[in-house]
Design a protein around this ligand. Structure first.
Ligand SMILES: [Zn+2]
Ligand SMILES: [Zn+2]
Length: 133
């Protein structure tokens, strides 16, 4: 079982089964909603997804007709997106608390991408923040 929660911990969910594929979405609405280059997303079957805490804290924004981005109204974490008419809920993987073995399979909506980020660029990695000197 997978569990996820928001930054403040007020909202939490469980999913019975991992699904996929995991993708990094660069569409303009994901960039704006998350304030980042892309959103990492995993679809899971709605019937295996449930809120376990804080559902009353959820707010939502209909970013395109019928698509609802649900986020914690206290801390702002984007937690899931969904089209209620469709069978999958899209987990925003930054809020996932359970380790998973699956790895992202693709970058999507590259046509909408931020001009300052290219997944082909290799940049330095550090275990913590950027070194001060
Ligand atoms: Zn929260
Ligand atoms: Zn997107």
């Amino acid at each position: 079982m997978l569990t996820g929660s928001c930054l403040c911990g007020g909202v939490a969910y469980q999913v019975d089964v991992a699904s996929g594929p995991i993708v990094h979405c660069h569409c303009a609405t994901c960039r704006k909603a998350h304030g980042s280059a892309f959103s990492s997303v995993m679809p899971v079957p709605r019937e295996h997804f449930r809120w376990v805490r804080g559902e009353a804290l959820l707010s939502q924004f209909e970013s395109s007709p019928g698509k609802f981005r649900r986020f914690c109204s206290r801390c702002g974490s984007q937690i899931v997106a969904e089209r209620p008419s469709q069978p999958n809920v899209l987990l925003r993987l930054g809020c996932l608390d359970t380790p998973i073995a699956d790895r992202p399979r693709a970058h999507i909506w590259r046509s909408d991408a931020a001009p300052w980020f290219d997944p082909k660029d290799q940049v330095a990695e550090f275990p913590e923040g950027f070194p001060s000197k």
